[in-house]
Design a protein around this ligand. Structure first.
Ligand code: ACO
Length: 484
């Protein structure tokens, strides 16, 4: 059991945040340029127009339970954590295969050998936002009087699939697990979270017999940008007070900025949108001289207002151009996974965090503030921030290096995936649709091409009970291991 000395009534835990992270994405992907041609879309639409390179997907032998089992088992194994040391486990997902039984309860299968069934937490659902709510719950537990000194874990996962048409290319699949505790190398900054929640029918899944959402694409983009504007406005106000700043908070104060990424072009537009917010509030005066110069000839946009400029191409183009250097230094590196796996829904934002971390050394990250914008249709959104521990704090720097080491194989795993043709991708989605929620069913896709250590669905019996196996990990010292 981890012995956090803060676990006394008199001393509250400090610097609560992320101690370790793990990501899982499927072993198969389709190339977006080939998909453009296959779909008869104009050349460049998915790649240049939406900013996507590849899209990960699952066949009928993976489901939300198998994705989450895989990522949790890998997090625990890689970080050498005992299941007995987990006191809370939260799951965020919108991939619903059972209207009553949670994914969390399935994950408890991994706890059997440890004998630890004293684990709080359950599933949270609201489109791509469930993972963020799960994270907030986990942080609150560690910071609360109910904390018993053990770790919390957040698992978010989804299989993002769309019916045939213009949204299909914005799918993806994957899962992320995060270990939460005090004295973390990546601290979630307290007192500055800002939230925007409203009722909207921009993307929703009312047909419980289908995996596909109903999407109003234009409204979803409008809702995302409106939520971003509102969250940023409130975050800036709270941050100025909380950090006792003499000047107004602006983009300059985020060393890195990561966003929920439905497709990478929207992320570039979002960074430009924050710059537009700063410009209209006269906060670009706090930018570096070099960055300020890029906004110096935009005075003819002074009279614009946020609401009516969401689809104003002239404003968008001018601010995307002016914010290019800031995009390159703060955000571009966050898109390594999102551009190659696609929208994973709840893990999407956290995949952008992982991409930022793997693209910088621990000394480049030390002491930096990372802004995060989480968006889930329907709609729920939050902006919050994480602070990377300072380089002088040697104990926590070692933890940062451990966290970074745990995710350092991400790009090689992306490179080791198998490309399949758009026709095979379309066939796999048809197979998923035809067999969705079937009982008395054994998946037809063989586990041969999934990564070692991956859980997969072996059977759904006549009573709809699901059974899983784990593909063995490569032999160690001549012994094949199942990873436990
Ligand atoms: N070369 C280069 N660029 C091109 C080309 C081409 N041949 N063809 C089109 N484009 C550009 C367009 O100009 C447009 O750019 P812009 O956004 O800068 O104007 C972009 O590609 C997309 O083209 P559209 O015609 O607007 O795309 P479409 O109407 O097919 O829909 C959308 C795109 C809305 C993202 C759709 O894929 C969708 O509904 N996806 C799911 C919903 C979604 O992801 N919403 C975002 C937030 S909600 C969430 O996370 C699920």
């Amino acid at each position: 059991m981890p012995h956090f000395k803060e676990c006394h009534d008199s001393v509250r835990p400090k610097d609560v945040g992320l101690l370790a992270m793990e990501i899982y994405f499927p072993s198969m992907f389709v190339d977006q340029m080939k998909l453009e041609e296959f779909d008869g879309a104009s050349p460049g639409k998915y790649t240049k127009g939406l900013g996507q390179l590849q899209m990960g997907f699952c066949s009928d032998n993976e489901d939300i339970n198998s994705l989450c089992l895989t990522v949790l088992a890998n997090l625990m194994k890689k970080n050498d954590i005992s299941y007995a040391d987990i006191g809370r486990l939260e799951v965020g997902t919108e991939t619903i295969i059972d209207k009553s039984k949670s994914v969390k309860s399935v994950l408890m299968k991994l706890f059997e050998d440890s004998g630890n069934f004293d684990v709080e937490g359950i599933d949270t659902t609201n489109a791509c936002y469930g993972g963020t709510n799960a994270l907030f719950n986990a942080l609150s537990w560690v910071e609360s009087s109910s904390w018993d000194g053990r770790y919390a874990v957040v698992v978010c996962g989804d299989i993002a699939v769309y019916s045939e048409g213009n949204a299909r290319c914005t799918g993806g699949a994957g899962a992320i697990a995060m270990l939460i505790g005090p004295n973390a190398p990546l601290v979630v900054e307290p007192g500055v979270r800002s939230t925007y929640m409203r009722h909207a029918y921009d993307f929703y899944k009312p047909d419980l017999t289908s995996e596909y959402p109903i999407v109003d694409g234009k409204l979803s983009v409008q809702s995302y940008i409106t939520a971003l504007d509102n969250c940023y406005l409130n975050y800036c106000k709270k941050a100025k007070n909380k950090f006792h700043m003499e000047h107004e908070f602006s983009l300059r104060d985020f060393d890195f900025m990561v966003f929920h990424s439905p497709y990478c072009k929207l992320v570039k537009k979002s960074l430009a949108r924050l710059a537009l917010n700063d410009f209209l509030q006269n906060r670009t005066i706090y930018y570096t001289e070099k960055d300020q110069r890029n906004f110096s000839n935009l005075d003819n946009f002074r009279a614009k207002d946020l609401k009516s400029s969401i689809f104003d191409k002239e404003v968008e183009t001018a601010f995307m151009s002016a914010s290019t250097a800031m995009f390159q230094s703060k955000t571009e590196n966050s898109l390594t996974i999102a551009s190659r796996v696609g929208n994973m829904y709840t893990p999407s934002l956290y995949s952008c965090l992982i991409s930022t971390l793997i693209n910088h050394s621990s000394s480049e990250l030390s002491g930096r503030r990372i802004g995060l914008f989480s968006y889930g249709s329907g709609l729920a959104a939050s902006m919050f921030s994480m602070k990377v521990c300072a380089v002088e704090d040697s104990a926590r720097k070692a933890k940062l290096q451990k966290l970074l080491h745990g995710i350092s194989d991400t790009v090689s795993r992306l490179d080791n995936r198998q490309e399949v043709s758009p026709q095979e991708f379309a066939d796999a989605l048809k197979l998923r649709a035809d067999t969705h929620l079937k009982c008395d069913y054994k998946p037809s896709m063989s586990p041969d091409n999934i990564f070692p250590g991956t859980y997969y669905l072996t059977e759904v019996d006549a009573k709809f009970r699901r059974f899983y196996a784990r593909k063995p990990l490569p032999a160690q010292n001549g012994h094949v291991t199942n990873g436990h």
